[in-house]
Design a protein around this ligand. Structure first.
Ligand code: F6P
Length: 323
C-alpha cells in the first residue's frame, strides 16, 4: 500500500473530522500518502482531491461538519459515474479508498468494492441506522443537541401548560426520537417503526393531564407515519373535539452541525484508525464500526443487505417513565 484516499459522503456528522484526522495521521505514520477527496463521491467523479499531510488536519478534531465537505451524488449511482470515479482513483495511482458515511455512502462503497477496488467504510451518520455498528459517529452529539432543545421547550411548556411536538431527524429510523424522548422525559414518543393513531395520541395526552401533568412534550421522528406537521394538522382539524393546540418545533439540521462531544471525537478517532489498520492487514470490502466494547469489521455485503434492529420495547419503558 502506497497511496490511499479518504472521503466523507451523505449528511455530515459531528466527529467526521476526528475520523479524517485519524485516517491521515495513522496513514502517514504507516508511510503512506493520503489524499482527501472533496465533496464525497462527486469529488471522485470529477477528480477533485488533494494530498493531505499531518499538519493539514490540525485543529479540526473539535469542529463539527467535515473539512472535506460532503454531498449526495446522483451521478455516482449510475454505472457511468462509478466508472469515472474508478478512473480518477486509478489515474492517480491510489490503491484504496476509505468512505466515511452512512447507509447510502456505504452502498456506494460496496458498489466500488464489487468492481474489484479495495474500499473500507467508516460508520458515520446521526441516524444510527447502519448495520455493523451499534453506535455511529455523530449520534451522541446530535442527541445532546436534541436534548438541549427539549429541556428548553419543557420550561416553556411547563410555564404555559402547553403541549409541544418536537420533531427530530433520523430518516426512516426512530432511534434519535426514542433516545431523545427517554432521556428528555417526554410524555410520548412517536417513531416510524410503530403505527401512529392520532386519536390514541389525543387520549394519551388527555390521560397525562388527568394524572396531574402540567404540560406535555411529544418527541416525533421525522420519518413517522404522522410527522409533527401532519399530527399538528390533524389536531387543528379536529380541534373542537380533541381540545388541544400542539405547538411544533422541528429541529432539522440544527442537530447535525454541532461541535462533536468527547464520545464522537473518540469514536471518530478509533474508527478512522481502524480503517487504515484494516487496509494495512489487507482487509477491505468491510465497514468498521463499534460492536459492544470492540471495534469490528463487517463485510460491506452484509452491511448493505441487513437492517439494523431498533429495540422498540423501549417505547413501553418510555410510556411507564412518563406516568
Ligand atoms: O442522514 C442524515 C440526515 O440528517 C437525516 O436524518 C435526514 O433525513 C437527512 O439527512 C437530511 O438530508 P439533507 O441534509 O440532504 O437534507
Amino acid at each position: 500500500m502506497k497511496r490511499i484516499a479518504v472521503l466523507t459522503s451523505g449528511g455530515d456528522a459531528p466527529g467526521m473530522n476526528a475520523a479524517i484526522r485519524a485516517v491521515v495521521r495513522t496513514g502517514v505514520d504507516r508511510g503512506w500518502e493520503v489524499f482527501g477527496v472533496s465533496r464525497g463521491y462527486l469529488g471522485l467523479v470529477t477528480d477533485n482531491m488533494m494530498p493531505l499531510g499531518a499538519r493539514d488536519v490540525s485543529n479540526i478534531i473539535q469542529q463539527g461538519g467535515t473539512m472535506l465537505n460532503s454531498s449526495r451524488c446522483p451521478e455516482f449511482r449510475t454505472e457511468d459515474g462509478r466508472l469515472k470515479a474508478l478512473g480518477s482513483l486509478r489515474r492517480r495511482g491510489i490503491d484504496a479508498l476509505i468512505v466515511i458515511g452512512g447507509g447510502g455512502s456505504q452502498t456506494g462503497a460496496y458498489a466500488l468494492s464489487q468492481m474489484d477496488y479495495p474500499v473500507v467504510g467508516v460508520a458515520s451518520t446521526i441516524d444510527n441506522d447502519l448495520y455493523g455498528s451499534e453506535i455511529t459517529i455523530g449520534v451522541d452529539t446530535a442527541l445532546n443537541i436534541a436534548l438541549e432543545a427539549i429541556d428548553r421547550l419543557k420550561v416553556t411548556a411547563s410555564s404555559h401548560q402547553r403541549a409541544f411536538l418536537v420533531e427530530v431527524m433520523g430518516r426512516d429510523c426512530g432511534y434519535l426520537a426514542l433516545m431523545a424522548g427517554i432521556a428528555g422525559g417526554a410524555e410520548l414518543v412517536i417513531i416510524p417503526e410503530v403505527k401512529t393513531d392520532p386519536e390514541i395520541v389525543a387520549g394519551e395526552l388527555r390521560d397525562a393531564y388527568k394524572r396531574g401533568k402540567g404540560h406535555a412534550l411529544i418527541v416525533v421522528a421525522e420519518g413517522a407515519q404522522y410527522n409533527a406537521q401532519k399530527l399538528a394538522h390533524y389536531f387543528q382539524k379536529h380541534h373542537e373535539r380533541l381540545g388541544f393546540d400542539l405547538r411544533v418545533t422541528t429541529l432539522g439540521h440544527v442537530q447535525r452541525g454541532g461541535a462533536p462531544g468527547a464520545f464522537d471525537r473518540l469514536l471518530g478517532t478509533r474508527l478512522g484508525a481502524a480503517a487504515t489498520a484494516c487496509l494495512s492487514e489487507g482487509r477491505d470490502g468491510v465497514l468498521v464500526g463499534r460492536v459492544g466494547e470492540v471495534t469490528k469489521a463487517t463485510p460491506l455485503a452484509e452491511v448493505v443487505s441487513s437492517k439494523k434492529p431498533l429495540d422498540v420495547g423501549l417505547l413501553d419503558l418510555a410510556r411507564v417513565l412518563a406516568k
